[in-house]
Design a binder for this molecule. Structure first.
Ligand code: B4P
Length: 201
């Protein structure tokens, strides 16, 4: 049973690694970004409210995000562990998640910080912009997302470090290499993948 969080600047590889880790550890990957994008695509009420914030590279308001996560974490597949990707992203979201988990008598086991240089992430997202055409991957919006990350999300690193649950992982390198580093950091904390090569095969 592992309750994990991936945190890091846009383009650090959260979504990319989350899919692999979910498979390797047998837990669901829960990405607020993916949930919002699917709501935007399906033109739901939530998607209509979130779209302008996302396109501008701003965080979607905590009120919308917290409610969405509360429902998602209450689903049966998340009862035996999960990997959060991109939530919490603000101090208010940390408070909300703490309250939810302590109500279940649990807490996050490990917070994996993906550490990446801003120039590298801007280049990665520029490449994704040409491949996927995401509205929030243009250079100006990416730079703004980095500022939002520095202002609103970076303070979370100290919070989790003070709690002794933070694992810093270098996110520069091939995707497989980064996965291996994350697995090593988790193994050091007593969390083993289902099979040794599950994440990189
Ligand atoms: P996210 O979906 O979380 O977007 P992201 O930060 O860019 O990460 P993503 O997972 O997509 O990209 P990754 O680094 O894996 O959020 C999008 C928006 O949703 C936010 O701006 C906000 O508006 C809203 N939102 C989400 N959560 C919220 C919350 N909790 N509160 C409020 N608002 C919220 O990958 C980037 C690219 O790099 C990919 O193309 C990938 O292929 C490539 N890549 C990854 N690893 C690589 C490597 N090692 N080498 C080379 N390329 C690599």
């Amino acid at each position: 049973m592992s309750r994990l969080l991936l945190i890091g600047p846009p383009g650090a590889g959260k979504g990319t690694q989350a899919v692999r880790l979910a498979e390797a550890y047998g837990i669901p990957a829960i990405s607020t970004g993916d949930i919002f994008r699917s709501n935007v695509k399906n033109e739901t009420e939530l998607g209509k409210q979130a779209k302008a914030f996302m396109d501008a590279g701003d965080n979607v308001p905590d009120s919308l995000t917290n409610e969405l996560i509360r429902h998602r974490l209450a689903e049966p597949d998340a009862q035996d562990g999960f990997l959060l990707d991109g939530y919490p992203r603000t101090v208010d979201q940390v408070r909300e998640l703490d309250e939810f988990l302590s109500g279940q008598g649990t807490a996050l086991d490990v917070v994996i910080e993906l550490v990446a240089d801003p120039d590298v992430v801007v280049a990665r997202l520029a490449k994704r912009a040409t491949e996927q055409g995401r509205a929030d991957d243009t250079e100006g919006v990416v730079r703004h997302r980095l500022e939002v990350y520095r202002e609103q999300t970076e303070p979370l690193i100290d919070i989790y470090s003070d709690r002794g649950v933070l694992a810093k992982v270098d996110a520069i390198g091939a995707i497989d290499e980064v996965t291996v580093r994350i697995e090593a950091a988790l193994a050091e904390r007593g969390i083993a993948a289902r099979s040794q090569d599950a994440a990189t095969s």
